[in-house]
Design a protein around this ligand. Structure first.
Ligand code: FES
Ligand code: MG
Length: 595
């Protein structure tokens, strides 16, 4: 399968350029200075970058520092030379105001790194939520041979004999704390119990989702996504990943060869089957954009909505990362989908050079309580609806998490079973929500719909995970556990709320949400796929004119230079929240000419 020779290696333009010995010497001496030899740099070994996302600041990915030793061993065993490169840190829960601001920053910096240095291929150290899309987006733009390596999930967390999953357990415990059932110390102990080892979140949140989808897209070795970080198999697959990237360089196998339209359709189906996060459409649409693969939220509904949920993992189900791995991980899910005739493109190629079918067709779930067969799923229709109307062009809803109680309250009118109307209560950002939600003067009752705006890419900035809002405490005490929530922000993948989120365009970017007022009637029709404010057009035009006269939707000031640049350049959530204009730079490594 060798397609290129050593003379075709990109790194030769730096280290072996007979037309410019001066520059060759200059490039060489600096990489020799820490102990690399001329043989390693000049004998025609592919130079492989390890895009290092692990650091003390990024605990979810920190174990990559250990795993990188095995990746190096693999690269060297296969005849490559290894250069570890730092990636701008991203840690989902620690970064203020939100880690999603940093996805595009890490993307930008990794594009510059991979493009401008003597690198022939790259191992992408993925894990924590935004690290996976940031690295895949950069690999897509630069388009040098690339393979992803998950850091792996944490071991299962346990609390009082029950599985305690990262994130999910905190959403539950905060209710117990509010009710006075536990004290602050116990609250903190429960949180710590959910994170018992190195690795990324052990629930089916955005991290497990995106790592699974990196495998579903074909960008990881089969079986790589779900192996828990501390397992020996994690070190072993790190070694195999290092070996494989060297082969991929010789085969000239690039991200654009793997992440095709077919691969994205497979990933959408697999996302439904695993119960993946509502952040997945944002990130996959972004990666696709950088590859010039057409993909939008209609594709998510069309290919994903009717796919059943096969994986029984928190927050939608019971189990955690170790159980997922022991039941067979992504290959078992894919095997079950193929057996059920549900995988659209079994012939899609993957990082090991084989097709999805070749890798997974013979595999089945090893524990049918954790990974179900397609004939006996956890739930039907586990994908997303793409809703539209006069409030937004596109917003995502995961209908499979609608609870029986919610269905009974809002969707039980026999004449109109898929629709409900409610009175809007509008919040401008999370601070406004916290100030007003428990104020009895707001008169919030069980017929209200809570709206969160000013929480999108420009408004927040970065798009905050704040759309799933709790009802006022006086309603919770009356037994109202959830109100319908709609907004232009996002929602944590570890939360199981049936919100309507990622509304695009956002209020701060000319979206209809900016015109909504508390007290307006709003109609949600899940059958028709629409959400509309029932306000006459003249009135809306009036409001729009007033908003314009007031200088548009009000946003908090930027706090850092990057926030300002991000706001100027960022696009809509349904378009992947990429930097507008960045997608015109495609396949740039092949266009590289040294200057
Ligand atoms: Fe980093 Fe969940 S917070 S993986
Ligand atoms: Mg998150």
């Amino acid at each position: 399968m060798t397609k290129i020779t050593k003379d075709d290696l990109r790194s030769r333009k730096w280290f072996m350029n007979p037309d410019n010995l001066e520059m060759t010497a200059l490039y060489l001496e600096r990489y020799l200075n820490y102990g690399l030899t001329r043989e390693e740099l000049q004998s025609g070994k592919p130079i492989i970058a390890i895009a290092q996302t692990g650091s003390d600041l990024s605990p979810c990915n920190r174990h990559h520092i250990e795993l990188t030793k095995r990746v190096r061993d693999g690269i060297i065993a296969a005849g490559g030379t290894c250069i570890e490169v730092p990636v701008h840190p991203i840690q989902e829960t620690g970064k203020r105001p939100t880690a999603s601001l940093d996805r595009n920053l890490a993307y930008l910096s990794l594009v510059e790194t991979l493009f401008g240095y003597p690198l022939d291929g790259v191992v992408l150290n993925i894990g924590c939520d935004k690290t996976t899309p940031a690295l895949l987006m950069a690999a897509a733009t630069v388009n040098i041979p690339a393979i992803a390596l998950s850091v792996g999930p944490m071991l299962n967390g346990w609390w009082k004999g029950e599985r305690a999953g990262s994130g999910t357990v905190i959403w539950k415990a905060r209710e117990q704390l509010a009710a006075g059932d536990i004290d602050t110390d116990e609250f903190m102990e429960i949180a710590a119990a959910s994170a018992p080892s190195v690795g990324y979140c052990n629930t089916m949140g955005t991290a497990t989702t995106m790592n699974s989808l990196a495998e579903a897209l074909g960008m990881q070795l089969p079986g790589s996504a779900a192996i828990p970080a501390p397992y020996r198999e994690r070190g072993q697959i790190s070694y195999e990943t290092g070996k494989r990237i060297v082969e991929m360089v010789w085969e000239d196998m690039r991200p654009s060869d793997v992440m095709t339209r077919e691969a994205f359709e497979n990933a959408i189906v697999i996302n439904s089957a695993i119960g993946g996060s509502t952040n997945a459409p944002i990130h996959l649409n972004a990666i696709a954009r950088h590859l010039d693969v057409p993909l939008d939220n209609n594709d998510w509904q069309k290919h994903g909505h009717d796919v059943p949920l096969l994986v029984n993992m928190q927050p939608a189900g019971k189990y955690l990362g170790e159980d997922y791995q022991q039941a067979g991980g992504v290959p078992a899910v894919v095997g079950e989908l193929i057996a059920g005739g549900l995988l659209p493109h079994p012939q899609a190629i993957t990082a090991n050079g084989k097709t999805m079918a070749e890798n997974c067709e013979a595999l089945r779930s090893k524990n049918r309580d954790v990974i179900k067969p397609a004939s006996d799923p956890m739930k039907e229709q586990a994908g997303f609806l793409n809703l539209t109307g006069n409030l937004f062009d596109s917003a995502i809803m995961k209908t499979s998490v609608i609870s029986p109680a919610f269905r009974q309250t809002y969707l039980s009118n026999p004449d109109d079973p898929d629709a409900f109307e409610g009175r809007a209560v509008v919040f401008d950002g999370p601070e406004d929500f916290h100030h007003r939600i428990d104020d009895p003067a707001e008169n919030i009752d069980a017929k209200c719909i809570l709206f969160m705006r000013g929480a999108g890419p420009k408004g927040y900035p970065g798009a905050a995970e704040v759309v799933n809002m709790r009802p006022p405490s006086y309603l919770i005490k009356q037994g109202v556990e959830a109100l319908p929530c709609i907004g232009d922000g996002r929602q944590s993948g570890t939360s199981g709320s049936p919100s309507i989120l990622n509304a695009s365009p956002e209020a701060a970017d000319g979206g209809g949400l900016a015109l909504l007022q508390t007290g307006d009637a709003v109609r949600v029709d899940l059958g028709k796929g629409t959400v509309d404010m029932l306000v006459p057009l003249e009135e809306l035009n009036d409001r729009a004119a007033k908003l314009l006269a007031n200088g548009g939707y009000d946003m908090p000031a930027s706090q850092t230079p990057w926030q300002e640049i991000f706001r100027e350049k960022v696009g809509r959530l349904d378009h992947g929240m990429t930097l507008e204009g960045a997608d015109q730079y495609r396949d740039i490594a092949r266009k590289f000419e040294p200057r």
